[in-house]
Design a protein around this ligand. Structure first.
Ligand SMILES: C[S@@+](CC[C@H](N)C(=O)[O-])C[C@H]1O[C@@H](n2cnc3c(N)ncnc32)[C@H](O)[C@@H]1O
Length: 262
């Protein structure tokens, strides 16, 4: 992956933006795991598309056994180096793999929990890739294990372009990211949301600007339900962003707990 092809800011910058709030989301994931994993044991965690490994550091630091993988070798190298610096590699494994093709790299039934937040699953570009991913998660989880997925669903008739502004700092480096989300033009036919990022990185020596762009696959409520129903996993709970049962209405972000039942 060259800088020009990269969807995301480089790992050291992405990590500055992504890390705030990680502990609170980690607390929620652990609460959900304790509630939904059958048999109580929630020690072995898997994160597909782990990026810079912010959750791997958190969970390994809390004494859990973690594994994560990412398609981008630079993300994997960064995640591993940060874990190593904190002496956490005894409890953490990180490797390069694709979400649709990681099965051979993990032992069957070797995880209690897998998780995938912030729409990352929507990087998979089509139904075949999503179903391949679900099947590999099913076999990586032990029976009674869960897959916790956080994502935003589309309402093709009602969605408008949206914008978020993220600001974060680490030491003398201040980062601002303006993100534009462009829903599929002409409704759901294309099933692609275009995400445009403009990044400003300010250091004492000056400011640098960079643009990145990528697509996320769109699912409306029915498309997502159908995809889950076709998978070997079963929907155990439909929750809001705080982990509370969601009403029968569309939320900006939702968390589904999927279970390996057999
Ligand atoms: C939004 S980041 C999330 C990283 C991490 N899960 C977190 O919450 O900080 C998305 C990550 O997905 C990775 N990614 C995108 N498509 C992928 C694929 N098909 N397989 C594995 N990783 C992928 C990118 O390289 C990037 O690191």
């Amino acid at each position: 992956v060259t800088a020009a092809e990269r969807d995301y800011p480089p790992p050291s910058i992405y990590d500055i933006l992504a890390t705030p709030g990680t502990a609170a989301v980690g607390d929620l994931l652990q609460r959900l795991a304790r509630r939904f994993v059958v048999g109580g044991k929630t020690r072995r965690w898997l994160e597909p598309a782990c990026g810079t490994g912010r959750f791997l550091r958190l969970f390994a630091g809390r004494g859990l056994a973690v594994a994560g993988f990412d398609a981008d070798p630079e993300m994997v190298a960064y995640a591993r180096a940060r874990l190593a610096r904190r002496g956490l590699l005894r409890r953490a494994r990180v490797f390069t793999a694709d979400m649709a093709d990681f099965g051979p790299r993990v032992a069957p039934a070797s995880f209690d929990v897998a998780f995938n937040v912030d729409n990352t699953l929507r990087h998979l570009a089509g139904d075949a890739a999503l179903q391949a991913h679900f099947a590999q998660i099913q076999s990586a989880l032990r029976p009674g294990g869960v897959y916790i997925v956080g994502l935003s669903l589309s309402d093709y008739a009602a969605d408008f372009p949206e914008e978020d502004v993220w600001r974060a700092a680490r030491g003398a480096c201040r980062v601002t990211q303006v993100v534009n989300y462009l829903p599929p033009a002409g409704g759901g036919g294309a099933r692609r949301e275009r995400v445009l990022s403009h990044l400003v990185v300010e250091r004492p020596g000056g400011a640098q600007h960079a643009d990145h762009a990528y697509d996320l696959r769109c699912y409306d409520e029915v498309q997502w339900r159908t995809a889950v129903a076709r998978s070997p996993l079963r929907l155990l709970a439909g929750l809001d962003a705080n982990g509370n049962p969601r009403e029968d209405r569309r939320l900006p972000y939702q968390i589904d707990v999927l279970g390996r039942v057999g």
